[in-house]
Write a protein that binds this ligand. Structure first.
Ligand SMILES: *[C@@H]1O[C@H](CO)[C@@H](O)[C@H](O)[C@H]1NC(C)=O
Ligand SMILES: *[C@@H]1O[C@H](CO)[C@@H](O)[C@H](O)[C@H]1NC(C)=O
Ligand SMILES: *[C@@H]1O[C@H](CO)[C@@H](O)[C@H](O)[C@H]1NC(C)=O
Ligand SMILES: *[C@@H]1O[C@H](CO)[C@@H](O)[C@H](O)[C@H]1NC(C)=O
Length: 529
């Protein structure tokens, strides 16, 4: 062994020790978003906590899910007296009622308007809360003194990015949705010819009319960004960020995007070097069920069991429909576990268990499960892919239809729209999923593709967070694209100059020819005389 080698090894091990000790002591400031987004974030935080990082979470005083006290983090609570909960509930009920009555352009426009005003309100509330931070010198000093290594933020709301910029800290996003729309659209080239805008219900194969529709949906997102959300943050940016900013450029400045999706689920599209796909990071091999539940699901023998949940937020279906569904379940040889709030359906069979909560992932991972009846939230869909369980989807709102569509396109799910949910349709769909094996096979194929990765998604997430801590950011992975004005991005300025030069040359050639030709002509004429 040469001396060089020896030194190399020493430095290498020294580095390992340094890296390891540094990473164990990582100090992370987290800005999560409430609701189902928190469920995701919490799982990442638990993992970071077990790896020895110190975590501080920023929350609002009227948060639905994010507790003030927790064994895994300390919290900073911002006062927010006005909540969105009522507003949100009313919107969702209205949305579902409209869908059940069948969609028309008028209801679509009204719902879009309601949605935008709800989103606007949420952003306004959070901007006020962020101002509370920036105007409180004690708090800003405390944040600066804490010497955080990075900010981990959910960019569905803007404050995380603003705080990172204000404190001059690296920023890692746990993302699928940003302040307006899907994250990729502000990050990577996104030609609308083959990349469907979420909400449009389109796939990556579009005919002319569908591309027009896609463009229309994109224009809604664009409008939302430019005229609703952007201006809300502009004021905060001007007052508290050196040199001003806009919220999208702050997000584009993030060091790493931990994206809650992957290309087993998503249609192929261009992406960027600082995007890390962590879809399904919340999934682990299933744990054994509690004894009573295990006995219940085993009791149907080879017929297996079905689970049904339409999310935590609402009672999605009217009473008549739940009664019909209950009576269909009652006829089946399978056992059913149904997460259902509200009144018990009168037609409930003795093979159906109604629960408030269930260990969904462990049930999905059980060998006897046959079908997952779900509303198609990102988490549920990723879990269905991980465990390879075919899905009967009843999308309610937001991105749920688009999520389910991605499974249906791969013939791994069936989707029933709300205005079509009734006994006969439900029965037909569930029988097909139960007795046509191709759905299960397709889902199992997606599952094996999803699991065949060099590193589990959760390890990727923590690796890249620690990478940013070790290197104090990851600016080398960021493109220059975001700094360019739009005409330079598309090289229009270059084209204009090139075209001008070519035109100039052509004109010159033409002029020379004309000169020669005319002189020649004159000469000939002269000779004739
Ligand atoms: C400023 O922040 C400190 C520390 O978090 C807190 O105790 C105090 O109540 C805040 N002051 C105001 C006016 O919000
Ligand atoms: C963790 O962070 C909190 C808040 O910044 C700080 O008070 C505490 O001292 C930190 N603990 C460690 C072990 O670094
Ligand atoms: C459930 O009901 C069916 C008929 O309604 C009956 O045959 C069966 O014994 C019942 N099973 C249990 C476990 O009660
Ligand atoms: C099963 O489902 C697949 C996919 O939808 C379909 O192509 C096939 O014809 C079905 N088979 C039967 C026997 O219905």
């Amino acid at each position: 062994m040469t001396l060089n080698h020896f030194c190399g090894i020493i430095t290498f091990s020294l580095n390992l020790v340094l890296f390891a000790s540094h990473c164990n002591g990582g100090n992370i400031l987290v800005f999560p978003v409430d609701g189902s987004h928190w469920i995701n974030m919490k799982i990442v935080l638990e993992e970071l906590h077990t790896r020895g990082h110190n975590i501080t979470v920023i929350r609002s005083s009227n948060s639905w899910y994010i507790p003030e006290k927790s064994p895994i983090y300390t919290s900073i609570t911002l006062e927010m007296d006005q909540g969105l909960e009522n507003f949100f509930d009313i919107y969702l009920q209205e949305h579902m009622r409209a869908q059940r009555e069948g969609a028309s352009l008028m209801t679509f426009l009204k719902l879009t308007k309601d949605f935008l005003s709800m989103i606007t309100k949420a952003h306004l509330l959070w901007c006020d809360a962020t101002t509370q931070i920036f105007q409180n010198q004690t708090l800003v000093k405390k944040l600066k003194d804490s010497q955080y290594d990075l900010v981990l933020a959910d960019p569905a709301m803007g404050p995380g990015a603003l705080i990172a910029k204000h404190l001059k800290l690296p920023l890692v996003l746990n993302v699928r949705w940003i302040t307006s729309g899907e994250g990729h659209f502000v990050l990577a080239p996104s030609p609308l010819s083959y990349i469907p805008v979420p909400g449009s219900g389109l796939t990556d194969k579009m005919d002319f009319i569908q591309r027009v529709k896609n463009m229309f949906f994109y224009s809604i997102v664009f409008f939302q960004e430019k005229f609703l959300i952007g201006p809300i943050y502009a004021d905060l940016c001007n007052r508290h960020i050196e040199g001003g900013c806009d919220i999208v450029s702050l997000l584009q400045d993030a060091d790493i995007w931990l994206f809650r999706s992957d290309f087993v689920f998503e249609f192929p599209r261009p992406t960027m070097p600082n995007v890390v796909y962590i879809g399904g990071f919340q999934c682990k091999p299933a744990k054994p069920l509690p004894a009573d539940l295990e006995e219940f699901v085993q009791s149907a023998g080879e017929h297996g069991f079905i689970i049904m949940t339409l999310g935590t937020l609402v009672n999605a279906l009217p009473k008549e429909v739940t009664d019909e569904i209950a009576s269909i379940f009652a006829k089946m040889p399978q056992k059913v576990i149904w997460r259902h709030k509200g009144t018990r359906p009168s037609t409930l069979g003795n093979n159906t268990m109604i629960v408030d909560w269930m260990p969904q992932k462990d049930l999905l991972g059980h060998p006897n499960i046959k079908v997952f009846v779900a509303h198609g939230g990102t988490n549920g869909v990723q879990e269905a892919i991980y465990y390879g369980v075919p899905v009967l989807g009843i999308p309610l709102f937001f991105d749920q239809y688009d999520n389910l569509l991605r499974l249906q396109k791969r013939e791994a799910a069936k989707v029933i729209l709300l205005d079509n949910v009734n006994g006969p349709n439900f029965e037909k769909a569930i029988r097909e999923l139960l007795y046509n094996d191709s759905y299960r096979q397709n889902m199992q194929r997606l599952s094996s593709l999803h699991r065949d990765q060099p590193m589990p998604p959760m390890d990727q997430a923590t690796f890249w967070i620690e990478y940013v801590i070790r290197h104090k950011g990851a600016t080398h992975l960021r493109t220059q694209a975001y700094k360019l004005p739009w005409y330079s991005y598309h090289c229009l300025d270059v084209l204009v100059v090139l075209i001008a030069v070519i035109m100039g040359l052509l004109f010159l050639v033409f002029a020379v020819f004309r000169f020669l030709f005319c002189r020649g002509g004159r000469n000939r004429k002269l000779k004739q005389y």
